[in-house]
Design a protein around this ligand. Structure first.
Ligand code: SAM
Length: 181
């Protein structure tokens, strides 16, 4: 079975957008407890590395790094483990909430932007990016970077995501490294 309810969100996103392909190198940011990692392996990704602040029980067919994805040297560590750049970076990360809505909003946006910048460092030409964002989707600044760096940018709320939650996912494909300014 899947380790998390969240696994169904990635299944639904992938059924709709067909992002996970056999042979891919994939980085899973915010992997604990490992549901998305399981889905990535099951759908044929050749090499999956999950990163989380929290420990993740081993997932057969995947490597796990326990740590903060913003740790210096993380991009190099991942590309060396994968034997090259990633074809897909997925992020289901969420920051710890404070209960103070404006602070939480800023933290959520900040984390999504950091994940995007990180993805731009480790993605191969043509690569894809899936990330959890909130409220009206990506903020304008993030959307500008996304549209510059990827050929196609869409938003989706998978049915498994609670209707009363403000979360949705940005799905970007066709990474174009040369467009980064
Ligand atoms: N997709 C996962 C699954 O299906 O099992 C669930 C992920 S959970 C909603 C979000 C995770 O993001 C948490 O485990 C949290 O520790 C992690 N996270 C938040 N900030 C992080 C950071 N800076 N570096 C690594 N992981 C982080």
């Amino acid at each position: 079975g899947w380790r998390s309810r969240a696994a169904f969100k990635l299944i639904e996103l992938d059924d709709r957008f067909h992002l996970i392909k056999p042979g891919m190198k994939v980085v899973d940011l915010g992997a604990a407890p490992g549901g998305w990692t399981q889905v990535l392996v099951k759908r044929g990704a050749q090499h999956v590395v999950g990163v989380d602040l929290l420990p993740v029980e081993p997932v057969s067919g995947a490597d796990i790094i326990e740590g903060d994805f913003t740790t210096p040297g993380m991009a190099e560590r991942l590309t060396s483990m994968l034997g090259g750049k990633a074809d897909l970076v997925v992020s289901d990360m969420a920051p710890n909430t404070t209960g103070h809505a404006p602070t939480d909003h800023i933290r959520i946006i900040g984390l999504a932007e950091e994940a995007l910048h990180f993805a731009c460092e480790i993605l191969a030409d043509g690569g894809g990016f899936i990330a959890k964002v909130f409220q009206g989707g990506a903020e304008k600044a993030m959307l500008d970077v996304l549209k510059q760096a990827f050929a196609q940018v869409r938003h989706a709320k998978p049915p498994a995501s609670r209707k009363d939650s403000a979360e949705l996912y940005v799905v970007a494909t066709g990474f174009r490294p040369q467009r980064l300014g």
